[in-house]
Design a protein around this ligand. Structure first.
Ligand code: GUN
Length: 452
């Protein structure tokens, strides 16, 4: 019956809808050679017993132990890979000063391929150990080390989407960290796209090139236009930052007399495979443009505390039809964990709804109907991320990749306080209390890529 590469038996949690998490209790999950889920079988189905009889005891049969649960791997929609070198530090300045004081200097060091190797290898391993099976990366302006990041993802088994960053605007980028010219920036981007597309041909889980104008301030009009053309020519993903802070939002208005979103769209940079980070200042008309072009938002709730001057109205944007995923924004966000970002997404939305200034009366203090539930934040970290990238990832469902994390809730050093068998409660406890130790195994495209 079937000729599966792996069969797993256990209980999984996966989003059914934005609001609802499905609980697949004691299911069988049948995975083919390509690492895709070809069948999910509930214990009530007739073939369950036949399949069990056929696979039980074989090397490729995996029965989860008591207290172990399967979650989809997380999809991190916004990581600055070189900034891993300064994660957990330098969170004391506003965005513009932070970029110039700390971030451009550290990123400029990635001209050194050996330094890049040590930081990128550590980052990809750390993200996998935190349950992140797919990551959308900004590398640096350097073509070689950006390609190295894609190669490391390919080798360590992570699904990596990687961008060589473009920064060619002499008014906004320091001389020591700037593309030599617009022409060279575009030429190197094209070479990078071709090289990563070739690498993808030999990579089971997929690695993809991403057209990456850092953000409007760092790019000339010619670069933005050229990048839109390259993305269309090679059908690539696109990423940038959009309306993150008061300063960034104001900069686009001053330069183009329109919001970031409309300016990016004029350059062909909003489309189905585009992901824009932050977007805290989107007006409703910007949000509708995002929804109509299929552009997604990478919500980075920890980073937003430090750099965005506000809280993303995630529920409102979702209600306007925008696809939203979560991002760590290493190192604007200090944590490599999307569990931490799920928690902060819930907390930030609740604070937006309640308001924070107790000198204002309760009825005027907050923005009503802003809260999101744990299940909705989980959707952002998994299924929403997959939708944002237009890839079959983020759900435990037939025709999706077997990208999962197996959570052990019973570890002596990190035991979760589970005193009843209510699976809805167990899901919530995992969301709020799981630590990296609890992530026992991580699989990407049917291959085990991490084990503790
Ligand atoms: N948070 C954040 N915002 C940016 N805007 C432009 N570059 C960056 C960056 O590296 N981090």
């Amino acid at each position: 019956m079937g000729n599966y590469a792996h069969v797993f038996q256990g209980t999984a949690f996966t989003s059914k809808t934005f609001e609802e998490v499905g609980i697949l209790k004691d299911y069988l999950f049948c995975i083919n050679e390509k690492g895709m889920i070809v069948k999910t079988v509930s214990p009530e189905e007739e073939q369950y017993v036949t399949l069990l009889r056929e696979y039980e005891g074989k090397d490729n049969f995996h029965r989860l132990l008591d207290g172990e649960y399967i979650l989809p791997g997380f999809i991190d929609l916004h990581v600055h890979a070189p900034q891993w070198a300064q994660a957990g530090t330098a969170l004391d300045l506003p965005l513009y000063d932070w970029l110039n004081t700390y971030t451009f200097p550290i990123e400029s060091k990635f001209s050194d391929i050996n330094f890049a190797q040590s930081v990128y290898e550590d980052l990809v391993q750390t993200l996998l150990a935190n349950g992140t099976t797919t990551a959308l990366y900004f590398a640096s302006i350097h073509k070689e080390s950006s390609l190295l990041l894609a190669q490391i993802c390919a080798r360590l088994g992570q699904r990596g989407l990687v961008g060589k960053v473009v920064m060619d605007n002499p008014d906004q980028c320091p001389e020591y960290y700037r593309d030599e010219s617009t022409e060279i920036a575009l030429k190197e981007t094209e070479e990078f796209i071709i090289a990563v597309q070739e690498l993808n041909e030999q990579t089971k889980q997929g690695v993809y090139p991403v057209v990456t104008p850092r953000f409007i301030p760092s790019c000339t009009d010619e670069a933005l236009k050229g990048l839109g053309v390259l993305a269309a020519k090679y059908n690539t993903h696109i990423q940038s930052h959009c309306s993150e802070s008061d300063w960034q939002h104001g900069y686009a208005i001053e330069r183009f007399h329109k919001h970031d979103a409309f300016a990016l769209n004029d350059f062909g940079l909003l489309q189905e495979k585009a992901v824009m980070a932050h977007c805290n200042f989107l007006a409703d008309k910007d949000a509708k443009l995002f929804a109509s072009t299929g552009t997604a938002v990478a919500h980075c709730p920890i980073s937003n505390v430090f750099f965005s001057n506000g809280v993303l109205p995630a529920r409102h944007l979702h209600d306007l039809g925008i696809e939203i995923g979560l991002g760590t924004d290493i190192s604007g966000g200090f944590s490599p964990s999307l569990f931490d970002n799920v928690r902060q997404a819930v907390i930030a939305a609740r604070m937006l709804e309640e308001g924070v200034d107790t000198t204002i009366s309760a009825d005027k203090r907050g923005v009503s109907s802003s809260r999101i539930t744990t299940s909705e934040a989980f959707y952002f970290a998994t299924a929403g991320g997959g939708e944002a990238l237009s890839l079959p990832v983020g759900r435990i469902e037939e025709n999706y990749a077997w990208d999962v994390q197996i959570i052990n809730t019973t570890l002596p050093s990190a035991k979760l306080p589970i005193f009843n068998n209510d699976l809805e409660d167990i899901f919530q406890k995992i969301m709020y209390l799981a630590r990296p130790e609890n992530i026992q195994q991580v699989w990407v495209q049917g291959e085990k890529v991490h084990e503790r």
